[in-house]
Design a protein around this ligand. Sequence first.
Ligand code: EPU
Length: 445
Amino acid sequence: MDMFVVQGGRPLAGTVRVSGSKNATLPIMAAALAADGETTLENVPDLVDVRTLSKLLQSLGVAVQHDPSGRMTLRPEDDGSSTADYHLVRQMRASVCVLGPLLARRGHACVSLPGGCNIGHRPIDLHLKGLAALGAEIEVRGGYVHAVAKRLRGAQIYLGGVNGSTVTGTCNVMSAAALAEGTTVITAAACEPEVVALARFLNAMGARITGEGTPRIEIEGVQRITGTKFQIIPDRVEAATLLIAAAITGGSLTLEQVWPDHLTAVIEVLKEMGCSIDSAAKETLTLKVERPLRPVDLTALPYPGVPTDVQAQLMALACTLPGASVIRDMVFPDRFMHVSELCRMGAQIRQQGSMAIVNGVPQLTGAHVMASDLRASAALVLAGLAADGETTIRRIYHLDRGYEQLEAKLEALGADVTRVNERAAGLQLRHVDDSEVAEPKKKSA
Ligand code: EPU
């Protein structure tokens, strides 16, 4: 298992290019399954999650090739298996994105339930409600969702849940409705840029979707969709993480190949803290910091609010600011696994339900910490960059699921981050059992 060793205290400076978006890539790859012919995607990030979904699609009869330039081709070759097996689905929650495309294309789908997750309870009831409204017969049996429909029919579907809409649920229902007979109207649809990207991809394949990016999406069903060429949008979460890395080290940074419009809420929060951000140039963002920054009061909300996927990283930054910050998460109210690890680095955080009160400390200190999920791992790396001394972050396989070459990008900006194989370095941890740490048993996202 790999870990990161971070020597803190170096302000970041320089320019870095943002990779393609993980959360846009995954539902788009899944939707390619429903097309006639080959799809070519550009700017696909090389991530563990992308490789996992590639394997799953291969098991469903899709030929997938991903070359180092970021080009991926997906060619549905046979309508063989429609079963998304537990051993692949459990590795990545987003595997559930194949449910809608499989059902629409093949008339049946059998997809393992994704199971538990380190960022809180994540049901898929809204996905199932949407597909049932389209006429699918759905049964949950033996840990699998079995869905059958000869031809889906357009319907009015409300996708609001207790914590807002659902991003991958909207993707699933939209992909399925693209091939349904008649018109579907989704209300309380997720407005995230990744949903918009999927709608544009489906339209490029011949679907008829309007209203993407608003809570009301209208889909006029078509008989078939055909393979196309499509460019994956930049990863707004990676972009935000890098901006926060610069802010936490008191550095400066220029991001290239970024869409600032997707980062409005994050930019606003960083400005409130006192960072100066320039987004005048096309697809570029520049951040400069003059310490001290100010604490904040923020709530993670569905888009266009502050993303839950940036909550942990913003918390790491808040830990280093004088005064009290208040951070809430209304999307995943239990997404606070990073709190106890940040506290091991000297942070002062009190968590109460879906809220954390962070009292900034003059200096975080390097420590041995454990990554618990993808964005929590990023938060620990950021804290390590700002800490005094050395921080070792174990279980960074979480990070590899969603950040492309993060350590190389940070090093190019002047950080000292080294990837070390625990075993090779003779640093094998003694066995730590579940009573001591919350061991992530399942991967998710
Ligand atoms: N929810 C339900 N019922 C459902 C679906 C969701 O109650 O059927 C609840 C969830 O429990 C949660 C809220 O609705 O409280 C929002 O969940 P959503 O379905 O939108 O999340 P998701 O689609 O499973 C995607 C991203 C996550 C990101 C969330 C929120 C992908 C592959 N994953 O997950 O990304 O946090 O949207 O924006 O797109 C990450 O990249 O680290 C990550 C976790």
